[in-house]
Design a protein around this ligand. Structure first.
Ligand code: ADP
Ligand code: MG
Length: 372
């Protein structure tokens, strides 16, 4: 058993005096296909070797007790109250959003330990949701689209956030050494082998601008109104020549990003199959430009990291990843250049913003699993 699982079991036993089941689910970095998931488009995430472990065992106390080691915080509710709870903007919302969908018997204890940085665009939330569902005894076989939908509902139904399904899907269907091409309309996916000669490095801006949450909802609404003008159910069904049917020029630019981004995902997959690293890198940079100018979800820190990275020898491509307004960039870097990349970009960012960025040289990893 992995060292982390042992550690989590020991921490659980020390806290609750019983022996838990343990599950893990990974974070993800999205290579390309940003903000396309809730438009039922194409995305290309990789599950990464940073993950969330959740341990859980029944208690007979009639309460749900949860503890996050990351935050060193605990919460507790009578089991009978769970179904009536509302989201309150607390980290426990993610756990309740799952727990309310599963039978809790006469009580449950839960302990959470994650190496996915919280709120940095590497999907600590979906990792938490999926691992929680498994640890609480979600009964189905893995991998499962039903589990992805259950986890997504914690955000869409309980928390009222109109999130797409990419994060939960990646946490469940991820595969070692490969990216996942997900069609968010059909929910079909294929694994895409990545060329060996490339390292994936996420760089954390260490900022999260307040604007992010409201802007996300606004983008969802802008895309919905663009689809309405065109007369399609979602922008996935729109074609480039129909963009002029969108009356509001801002909504038109948002839609242009979605259409061009879906196309870039396909081109990236093709380039990856051919081992064309330069083309893969070029598409990342184009994606960033589109997110910067058409979709307007970047920020000074993300733009700086993406632009400055491209000046470093051995960087093939760089762009923001995740929702935007902070969080991480994703970079494709020649393996031999990774150390220089970190040093050069780290000191440039520190000099510009007075903040040390955090680097994650990530490896594509397997999706969620029950461990014991
Ligand atoms: P991301 O999913 O990119 O990390 P989100 O804003 O979607 O960013 O989700 C981050 C939130 O998820 C955290 O602010 C916290 O509320 C919750 N969360 C994730 N992991 C944990 C954890 N290990 N312990 C407690 N809360 C967590
Ligand atoms: Mg999230």
């Amino acid at each position: 058993m992995a060292g982390t699982a042992q550690f989590v079991i020991q921490a659980f036993e020390a806290r609750y005096h019983s022996t838990p089941d343990v599950a893990r689910a990974p974070g993800r970095v999205n290579l390309i296909g940003e903000h396309t998931d809730y438009n039922l488009g194409l995305v290309l995430p990789v599950a990464i070797d940073l993950d969330c472990y959740v341990a859980s065992a029944p208690n007979r106390l009639g309460v749900l007790r949860i503890h996050s080691q990351n935050l060193d915080q605990s919460r507790e509710w009578p089991v009978g109250q769970i179904s009536g709870l509302r989201a309150i903007g607390d980290w426990s919302d993610y756990v309740i959003g799952i727990a309310r969908q599963l039978p809790l018997g006469r009580g449950r204890d839960v302990l959470i330990h994650s190496s996915v940085p919280l709120g940095s665009g590497l999907s600590s939330s979906a990792a938490l949701e999926v691992a929680t569902a498994l640890a609480l005894g979600w009964p189905g076989d893995l991998p499962s689209i039903e589990l992805a939908k259950l986890a997504q509902r914690a955000e869409t139904d309980f928390m009222g956030v109109p999130s797409g399904i990419m994060d939960q899907f990646a946490a469940i269907f991820g595969q070692r050494d490969a990216a996942l091409l997900i069609d968010c309309r059909s929910l079909e996916s294929q694994t895409i082998a990545l060329p060996d000669a490339v390292a994936i490095v996420a760089v954390n801006t260490m900022v999260k601008h307040e604007l992010g949450q409201s802007a996300y909802r606004q983008r969802v609404a802008e895309c919905a109104s663009a689809a309405l003008d065109i007369g399609v159910e979602s922008l996935r069904d729109a074609e480039a020549h129909q963009l002029e049917l969108i009356r509001d020029p801002i909504a038109q630019r948002r839609a242009r990003h979605i259409l061009s981004e879906n196309q870039r995902v396909l081109e990236f997959v093709e380039a990856s199959r051919k081992g064309d690293l330069r083309e893969m890198g070029r598409l990342l940079v184009e994606s960033h430009r589109s997110l910067e100018h058409d979709y307007e979800v970047t920020c000074a820190e993300l733009d700086f990291l993406a632009d400055r990275a491209m000046q470093i020898e051995g960087t093939l491509g760089a762009r923001m990843t995740g929702g935007g307004f902070g969080g991480c960039t994703v970079n494709l870097v020649e393996p031999a250049a990774v150390e220089r990349f970190k040093e050069t970009l780290g000191s440039a960012y520190l000099e510009k913003f007075g903040i040390e960025p955090v680097f994650y040289h990530v490896r594509p990893s397997d999706g969620a699993q029950r461990i014991s």
